[in-house]
Design a protein around this ligand. Sequence first.
Ligand SMILES: Cc1cc2nc3c(=O)[nH]c(=O)nc-3n(C[C@H](O)[C@H](O)[C@H](O)COP(=O)(O)OP(=O)(O)OC[C@H]3O[C@@H](n4cnc5c(N)ncnc54)[C@H](O)[C@@H]3O)c2cc1C
Length: 376
Amino acid sequence: MAFDLAVIGCGGIGSAVLYHAAKTGAKAIGIEQFQPVHDRGSSHGHTRIIRQAYFEHPDYVPLLLEAYQLWSELEQSAGQQLYVQTGLLQAGPVDGEIVPGVLRSAALHDLAVDQLTAQQAMERYPMFRLPADHIAAFEQRAGYLFVEQCVGAHLRLAVEANAQLFSDTRLIDFDASGELIRLNTDRGIIEARRMVMTVGAWLPRWMSAVNMPLTVLRKHLHWYQSNDQRTQRSQGCPLFFFENEIGSFYGFPAIDAQWGLKVAEHSGGESISDPATLDRTLESNDLARIEQFLGEYFHGELIHQQHAVCMYTMTKDQHFLIDVHPHDDRIWLAGGFSGHGFKFASVLGKLVSQAALGNGWDERLKFLRAAAQRQN
Ligand SMILES: Cc1cc2nc3c(=O)[nH]c(=O)nc-3n(C[C@H](O)[C@H](O)[C@H](O)COP(=O)(O)OP(=O)(O)OC[C@H]3O[C@@H](n4cnc5c(N)ncnc54)[C@H](O)[C@@H]3O)c2cc1C
């Protein structure tokens, strides 16, 4: 039996592609090398930020508006809460990347964002200490997604919509010379009319035909217990994303006893060659940078609670790669999410499955093609 669509890699993005493909009635199969939902790729660590006033580029905003709607629909279908609105405080230098980018996207797309001085921001959010000459932007509509639960919900509903899910099954290579694509997996041959590669940090090995270098970075997540009650979600602590001369750091309020204040560095990261042998130990230089940031921006005593390692798959300009394979229009690539892709999983699931099934390439995706000429 040949499938209409094979989705290779069922993590953050692939799980959503599989779900949306199955929902259209297509005969879809997901092939995942591990047992989902797992912590060996890029979609684990409890939470992910979702926001609309996108500093990275205003062209992401129309996708985000639909992403919000689709996450809400997924919550309804799955019967579980996946999103929590907390608001997000972003701050940095007046000529930095983050706040000017947020304000640009907000202005172009008429999004509600409060522009604040550092002093005003600290009066409203006294759990933070900001440099006096920085500016801030507060986005009320931002919040976080429960990352593993989102992946789990997409996969469960995909299977309920008759998708096949082959877990613990690895794609070794494929042959696209015939009418059907023959997928050679470690559990035998699977045939499909079309395929999507959503393999995250494993994408570089499949990129020989695409002229776009990718770098995989090891990234760390840290959770802390704080004696400052104002860092609790229940006390109104928002998400934060702060830029300074050292780098950019972001995080989440303490949610409960298990999940304390979460913080990570968005900038930097150490390049790795093989995601399968990722070193998961705590790294002293990363920890020192995090603790310097925490000392400067927070009050009270912070005790390190837990740590996780994850991977960013970086393109050169940090914009996603969503494109058809240059030699075969039956094969789609969706990757290079550069550390900011998860919030888009819902909408990319819909639009990438639609394109890959041959049902039209949404205009909003075209700025993410490998050869796209983006206006900054
Ligand atoms: C620390 C950290 C913090 C982040 N914070 C945010 C955030 O706040 N907001 C946000 O929007 N984004 C964030 N991101 C980015 C976001 O999480 C990722 O962009 C997104 O989860 C990537 O999803 P993916 O499907 O590409 O990769 P993955 O979820 O890793 O999925 C790829 C899957 O492919 C499978 N696979 C690979 N090769 C094969 C093969 N040959 N055969 C079968 N299966 C295969 C893998 O096992 C894996 O399950 C963060 C990322 C990290 C690491």
